[in-house]
Design a protein around this ligand. Structure first.
Ligand code: BGC
Length: 563
């Protein structure tokens, strides 16, 4: 470790109980099934993560966000939760979880867990009880059951389409139908039921008591619904104003009554627990409600995910989001990649129309791409420059496992190995927004070593097939290469602790429109050349560069200048 790292750790230790740790944290998302497999069953596990805590500490992140690790039939990669207060036996035990939290905290890394409140798994005890208890029962009242249309109720209550394609209603044995916004195996809860609200409060308390520092709230905008007796059609729903606060299905004003209760619970802890909303809403003002201090406190901003590698787009998005953060008192969030999106090295290696989100609100559901269409080197060069631009910004940075290796999306996965319901439900019909290869390509288990079974992911195979080219992106290979993306991330995350200061930036005007230059209040400067041609290098002490620089700033390159 360098002396810079030592300085960083001292700072972190002295602010351990700081209530504002999250405001400018670098949060690393772990998709547990694909991170590291300790027991050799092909599925990543908690012991695998614990064994890699030294790796996470050396990377220099401030927190990890664990995607769901709860018992699940894996109809949607774990976002179909069968028991909110336990660990999937394939992933470990509660004792393994406690051990992981202890190890992460000892390394000054905070822990954020994913909460999935809109729907459970159809294997959840409550849903099984609802099926058994029959129509009109209190058990059915925890979910959204309706009688069908048509003489014998044989038609679904409405023509609604699920987010993963196909109908949003499924019929059960006694003829009633239940609503599922996502896959058939993910029945939506009825958030009007007090019992549902109380049960989630108990779940949040359960994990907060185990030492969890914060929560990532899945599809936070969908929980509360207001369904009239006569249901509108899908076309009518689509034509409704999603920003009205009274839309029947999404982003309703009254969903914030739920989060006010959650906030009271979070604030009863010392330090208060944090939360970040995944809320796909129609405008910044609507997003701000989730980020409010009386609500969840922070909300994901996915705007950069939908942007091209383009100076004007980046500048407008940053300016807007910092202005919003000022208004809400929250800090801004920045993200390029997660478990739902094509990896950004690949997005930036595709022609713009294939590489970016085309539909408002669905930028996160980007299409995958076969490898032959890809500018592999260019995509990674742009991704490195973009990420170093992002890591200098005020606010929190959310990073996704594998991006620190510069991993590309895995485009080629045989159909019979694919797992993503968004792919499987849409692949034939190409309906709705999943018109590509789905989300498996960013969920392929990580390569830790350059050879051996599953590239060191575990002692045996991996639950999704890894391509041969993973070898050159392995942790082992990159660790040994000073110019690797891994070492670039390590250096940047280390420096970032000193770069971060007051949550502001000042744009420095440049002579070239394709160059963005900003200065933080403590004098650190970030300069990104989004163009292809080299430009004059700004004056200053360069402490980080994404490509070798001489007396010019090459195209598609970012540099950091220290005061
Ligand atoms: C998660 C997805 C999941 C969906 C349904 C999303 O927001 O990030 O991975 O499929 O919610 O739970």
């Amino acid at each position: 470790m360098t002396s810079d790292t030592t300085v960083t750790q001292t700072i972190t230790l002295s602010t351990r109980e700081d209530e504002t740790w999250w405001r400018q944290a670098a949060v690393y998302q772990i998709y547990p099934r694909s991170f590291a497999d300790f027991d050799g069953d092909g599925i990543g596990d908690l012991k695998g993560i614990t064994a890699r805590v030294p790796y996470l500490a050396e990377l220099g992140i401030d927190a990890v966000w664990l995607s769901p690790f709860y018992p699940s039939a894996l109809a949607d990669g774990g976002y179909d939760v069968a028991d909110y207060r336990d660990v999937d036996p394939r992933i470990g035990t509660l004792a393994d979880f406690d051990e992981l939290v202890t190890a992460l905290h000892a390394a000054n890394i905070r822990v954020v867990v994913d909460i999935v409140p809109n729907h459970s798994s159809d294997q959840h005890a409550w849903f099984q009880a609802a099926l058994a208890a029959g129509r009109g029962s209190a058990e059915r009242g925890r979910y959204i059951f309706r009688d069908g249309r048509g003489e014998g109720g044989e038609l679904p209550p409405s023509d609604w389409v699920s987010m993963f394609g196909g109908p949003a209603w499924t019929r059960v044995a006694d003829g009633q139908w239940y609503l599922h916004t996502f896959a058939t195996e993910q029945p939506d809860f009825n958030w009007d039921a007090r019992e549902v609200r109380d049960d989630f409060l108990a779940t949040l308390r359960f994990w907060a008591d185990r030492g969890v520092d914060g929560f990532r709230v899945d599809v936070a905008h969908l929980l509360v619904k207001d369904l009239p007796a006569e249901l509108p059609s899908q076309a009518e729903i689509d034509a409704m104003d999603a920003a009205s606060g009274s839309h029947p299905l999404l982003d309703r004003d009254d969903v914030h009554e739920v989060y006010a209760e959650w906030r009271a619970l979070f604030d009863s802890y010392d330090p208060p627990r944090t939360a970040v909303a995944e809320a796909h809403v129609s405008n910044p003002e609507r997003r701000a409600r989730y980020a409010s201090a009386t609500g969840l406190g922070q909300a994901f901003n996915f705007d950069l995910m939908g942007a091209d590698f383009d100076a004007a787009q980046f500048r407008a998005i940053v300016t807007d989001n910092l202005a919003q953060a000022d208004l809400t008192g929250s800090s801004s969030t920045w993200v390029f990649s997660n478990h739902d999106a094509t990896r950004h090295a690949t997005r930036y290696g595709l022609p713009p129309a294939r590489g970016t989100g085309k539909k408002a609100g669905t930028a996160w559901m980007l299409a995958g791409a076969p490898r032959e269409e890809l500018d592999i080197e260019g995509g990674l060069r742009r991704a490195r420059a973009a990420t170093m631009f992002l890591l200098g910004l005020p606010g929190s940075a959310y990073l996704y496992q594998g991006e620190e290796l510069g991993l590309h999306e895995v485009g080629v996965i045989p159909r019979d190995r694919r797992q993503d319901p968004a792919y499987l439900r849409c692949a034939d019909t190409r309906e709705w927004s999943f018109d590509g290869l789905g989300r498996d390509g960013c969920r392929v288990p990580l390569p830790w070593r350059s050879e051996g079974p599953s590239f060191g992911f575990g002692p045996r195979g991996a639950h999704l097939p890894q391509p041969a080219w993973f070898a050159q992106y392995s942790v082992e290979a990159e660790d040994a290469d000073p110019a690797s993306t891994l070492n670039l991330y390590r250096r940047a995350l280390d420096l970032r602790h000193r770069l971060q200061s007051a949550e502001r930036l000042e744009w420095v005007e440049t002579s070239a429109p394709e160059v963005l230059h900003y200065r933080r209040p403590n004098g650190w400067e970030i300069v990104t050349n989004f163009g292809a041609a080299a430009v004059a290098l700004p004056a200053g002490r360069i402490v980080l560069a994404t490509e070798p620089v001489t007396d010019l700033l090459p195209g598609e390159t970012t540099v950091w200048l220290a005061p």
